[in-house]
Ligand binder design. Sequence first.
Ligand SMILES: Cc1cc2nc3c(=O)[nH]c(=O)nc-3n(C[C@H](O)[C@H](O)[C@H](O)COP(=O)(O)OP(=O)(O)OC[C@H]3O[C@@H](n4cnc5c(N)ncnc54)[C@H](O)[C@@H]3O)c2cc1C
Length: 307
Amino acid sequence: MSAATATASALPEFRAAGTDLSERRRSGLSRGPIVDLAATPGTIGVSWAADGSARIGAFTTIAMIAADRRIAAAYPGVAAAAQGLATPQIRHLATLGGNLAQRSRCWYFRNPQIDCLKKGGSDCPARSGNHLYHAAFDLGPCVAPHPSTMAMALLAYDATVTTDQRSRLTLADLLGDGTNGTADHLLAPGERIEAIDLPAPLASERAAYKRAISRTYAEWPLVEVCARTVLTGGTFRQVRIAAGGIAPVPLRLTACEAALEGKPADVENIAQAAQLATSGARPLPMTGYKLALLVGLVRDVVEQIAE
Ligand SMILES: Cc1cc2nc3c(=O)[nH]c(=O)nc-3n(C[C@H](O)[C@H](O)[C@H](O)COP(=O)(O)OP(=O)(O)OC[C@H]3O[C@@H](n4cnc5c(N)ncnc54)[C@H](O)[C@@H]3O)c2cc1C
């Protein structure tokens, strides 16, 4: 192990359910002190404001979110994302805060013998190596896709994150814009996520979530998409589409959104807009296939919410 890797791994780290951290402890990647988080009042469960907005405590498990009927009614894209990720066992334990702050799944990052930008190294070995599961939108020096399904769904809902030090961070405030290859999030050392706020849903809004995955179960998606809209007289309004698995941060597909806004919800308009999902893409030699998956998923998901 290099000196850079050893230094990076000696920082104190929070443990929520430990489903990500335990694996890094086992491999020796994380070796510093652990600060255990506890499910204190206010950090677990969902509270609702009079205007219909919701606050989800950071210690709320993914399974609780997946099973919450009021969340499913108000934020169906968030519920579907929670229902679709990992395995029942992981969802039962994993917390929302831990999901947002989980570390990269890049196989080079996870190998304690290999240096990379996120461990104080000088380059991204995936860029010149095997990056089959990596970014198709090459936004920065590190090409690992962001691993958080919940961050992607919350981006579609304009959710904000409150920590013990800062209030109402956007997902971009929390995760950056993909150009910082050295970190998975922009939390300060010791900064703890406390809650996630979801704005009140729009009247009659609908949403859907889908993922493309290399095996049917227990895997991070190759590509995932969450879309929302309000259909007014058969016309798309307030379209929001977010995608994950394709870039170092979850992305809003603004070109698709703009192409659908104000258009009749028919298959031709959806197919044309879906082609714009690749706007701004710069695939790596092995990740061009993700663009076809992305276009197909956007088409599927938007057709689903247009029904
Ligand atoms: C087989 C498998 C498949 C998976 N598939 C997916 C998937 O499809 N999509 C997906 O999103 N995830 C997936 N995961 C990852 C899983 O969702 C995460 O491991 C889990 O959400 C992490 O939550 P945790 O509470 O266990 O976090 P921990 O492991 O306890 O912590 C993870 C990281 O977050 C930090 N942290 C935890 N809580 C806080 C907080 N409140 N404030 C600041 N930092 C904090 C910790 O310091 C640590 O660095 C999968 C995992 C497995 C094993």
